[in-house]
Design a protein around this ligand. Structure first.
Ligand code: FAD
Ligand code: NA
Length: 378
């Protein structure tokens, strides 16, 4: 007998499954993919052995002590610290925008106060007028020169839309650091799983009370465990797309997706860093990932490397949904889907797709722990 069906084996679904199994429940996890782990899944590149994150670079970081304590039950973490660089007009700058970026860009030697005053003066261009689009929003936050160099082209590529046609609300803040610190994340804890994401995810699923069935779609009526056979019979935690659950009854929610172009190059080191952004629209991809740099401590080949070029675009029906677009129309639809969710007996919607919300891994894990506490534990 199954006590709980979990649809989706990403971090949300596996956290729920692991916790409920620990309380003695029999949990069945299904996933339509042929592997567990959702988007955090990684695999060894066959030609080099280098760990590649199949669905885009995944950096773990958190300031949530409960989550940190929880994840350390399944894996240790390396001392990896994430840093990002960007190429603009043939020159490399540190990101996010910091004192180093500013002084390199303006060929200056400003201290923090002088740099702050400069950015404030350049950001005053709109003279108090409310930004009408993303372009004006960017200018009002950091001034035109820095915005046009580092944000405008990159954002245009991310959205495949002219920033003058995008709503100002896409960028609420553009933090500028008035120090030379270019550490990407500010969290208390950061690192990469020592023996990889998949080993970590497999250890979460490795419990006698958990059964995982892969290549099993919740909406495929030919599978023994599908929506119409299960809902109302057994409690369900659903982490797939919320619109799909309701057959798009309120219209489909819009997502951006990414295309990844993977290549093995016959060099030991291609770019000297894990992530290089490309700020200019002349370069079609948004960034290049070089996966060997996520694990400098590992014994990888010194004559080959794996790079992945990343392209961004709006998702079609058959694409993987990655980032919610979140237009006002999407938000209205989501409100109506939330009403529909309330009518579903003993179906709990969670995770990135089930709530139409971008969630970092630590947030997905944290919200799964809360769901177990508040909704699933009698
Ligand atoms: P998912 O991992 O998406 O898992 C959902 C699962 O449900 C999938 O396996 C899917 O196959 C399955 N499913 C869907 N529909 C069905 C169905 N009908 N039947 C059966 N199964 C179904 N987080 C970070 O903390 N750091 C990062 O650097 C980071 N980078 C990211 C980069 C990208 C490109 C993306 C997209 C996400 C990134 N994230 C990052 C977020 C991270 O991937 C999520 O936090 C995590 O995936 C959330 O887990 P989840 O379980 O909610 O969803
Ligand atoms: Na990422």
């Amino acid at each position: 007998m199954t006590d709980l069906v979990v649809v989706g084996s990403g971090f949300f679904g596996l956290t729920v499954a692991e916790q409920m199994a620990g309380q003695g429940r029999k949990v069945l996890v299904i996933d339509r993919r042929d592997h567990i782990g959702g988007n955090a899944y990684s695999e060894a590149d066959p030609a080099t052995g280098i760990e590649v994150h199949r669905y885009g670079a995944h950096l773990f970081h958190t300031s949530n002590e409960r989550v940190w304590e929880y994840v350390n039950r399944f894996t240790t973490f390396t001392s990896y610290v994430h840093r990002v660089y960007t190429t603009h007009r043939g020159e490399v700058f540190p990101m996010p925008i910091n004192l180093g970026t500013i002084n390199q860009f303006f060929r200056s030697a400003h201290g923090p106060d002088a740099a702050r005053a400069l950015v404030r003066e350049q950001a005053a261009e709109l003279d108090g007028r409310k930004p009408q689009n993303l372009d004006e929003q960017g200018v009002s936050l950091i001034g035109r020169p820095l915005y046009e160099a580092f944000i405008q082209g990159y954002t245009a590529k991310q959205w495949q839309t002219d920033p003058r046609e995008l709503p100002a609300s896409i960028i609420a803040r553009l933090p500028v650091r008035y120090t030379y610190d270019n550490r990407y994340f500010n969290d208390t804890h950061e690192g990469l799983p020592t023996d990889g994401y998949t080993a970590w995810l497999e250890r979460m699923a490795d419990h006698p009370n958990i059964e995982v069935r892969l290549a099993t779609d919740f909406f495929d009526p030919s599978q023994p465990v599908h929506k119409d056979a299960v809902v109302g019979q057994v409690p369900v935690v659903y982490t797939g797309p919320v619109d799909r659950y309701f057959d798009d009854a309120e219209g489909s929610l819009s997502w951006r997706t990414l295309d990844f172009e993977r290549e093995v190059l016959p060099v030991g080191d291609f770019q000297g860093a894990p992530v290089m952004n490309y700020a200019d629209t002349e370069v079609p991809y948004t960034r290049i990932l070089e996966f060997r740099h996520f694990h400098p401590e590992r014994d990888y080949p010194d004559d080959r490397t794996v790079i992945v070029r990343e392209y961004s675009r709006f998702a079609e029906r058959a694409d993987e949904p990655y980032y919610p677009v979140n237009t006002s129309e999407d938000r209205e639809r989501l409100t109506r889907y939330r009403d529909l969710m309330k009518g579903e007996q003993d179906v709990h919607f969670g995770g990135r797709l089930g709530t139409y919300q971008y969630l970092d891994m630590h947030m997905a894990i944290g919200s799964a722990l809360s769901m177990v506490d508040n909704k699933l534990t009698p």
